[in-house]
Design a binder for this molecule. Sequence first.
Ligand code: NAD
Ligand code: UD1
Length: 335
Amino acid sequence: MNILLTGGAGYIGSHAAVALAQAGHQVVLFDNFCNSRHEVAQRLQTIIGHPLVVIEADIRQTDLLEKALRDHAIDAVVHFAGLKAVGESVAEPIGYYANNVQGTISLLQAMHNTHVKTLVFSSSATVYGVPHYLPLDESHPTSATNPYGRTKLHIEEMLGDVAQSDPTWRIACLRYFNPVGAHDSGLIGEEPNGPPNNLMPYLARVASGQLPQLNIFGNDYDTPDGTGVRDYIHVMDLAAGHLAALDFLTTHPHGRYVFNLGTGQGYSVMEMLRAFETVVGKPLPFHIAPRRAGDVASCYANPGFAASQLNWRAKLDLKAMCESTWQFQQRAARG
Ligand code: NAD
Ligand code: UD1
């Protein structure tokens, strides 16, 4: 298939590009590089072994999207493009709605106009809000606790309406849990601009000496060791989930489907710290800080629906997640 990846130069999109290209698909990246680097295209080419088409544009430029869909005879779109920092979304909600919601409307218009009706959307476990029960399955009630999460919910709802209005749409919303790790080449990975908000890239910078210590946000949660528990999933497993979702959409009836992409296994912040220390071979400095506003004690998936419907399961363990993060960090530090 010819597949357009919006946000394809970003962290998850670039890893999905590798998985899709290595499965024999032609991938076209469509990205405005607001949160990614141009070198990613070259690095992807090195991994994949052949050149990739990269279009530098904003998804709100509907005419350019339409042109890309036509010029490259696109069969399906995987929609990663979006802004994703929770704190920033609280400070700048208009920008978040404009980029994420308006951007998705523009994409849907372009797809409608060009009759490309197969779409995989990057959603998030954030749409479950505060868990009522664990593990989280797809029928858990949805809610949002911040503007970022609300953009994901709005988009999921829009996609439901679109699928219902026209029986030729096939849409999968993939609710990612906590993607971590990197491709084993060490060439691509998560490279946040400025101090990372998320645990794994923060740990990697503490290990490399770029940051003095890890601040553990709370050790008084109702969890086995008091620190927050999350479902960390290797980004290459997540990438494989996109391939499985596209295979599913092309062999199933029209409609909108929702799948959790997680491992089903929760690890605490302290367990993550210890696992990372084992990989880097030295103790890492940490400090117990106050809880971070908006954090929940525990969040992990029931991945059973994806296993039964997509025939997909995460395979890579915590050691692989830490090792690949560390390998990428060391390579990035060397420039
Ligand atoms: P990322 O920031 O690394 O990648 C997003 C890419 O989209 C970037 O390359 C950015 O330049 C591009 N982009 C943003 N707005 C754009 C626009 N208007 N037009 C064109 N390109 C645009 O983020 P990521 O971690 O790869 O996340 C990808 C998707 O997955 C996002 O939608 C995010 O909300 C979702 N998600 C991420 C996580 C996570 O932990 N990383 C968890 C759940 C869901
Ligand atoms: C966060 C976002 C979530 C988003 C996801 C991916 C919040 C409240 N949630 O999820 O909406 O989908 O990132 O972008 O921002 N931790 C520390 N010290 C740190 C960093 C994190 O102790 O320096 C802890 C957190 O308290 C949490 C765990 O590590 O218990 C994981 O945090 P993080 O990687 O930020 O992911 P989430 O909070 O699950």
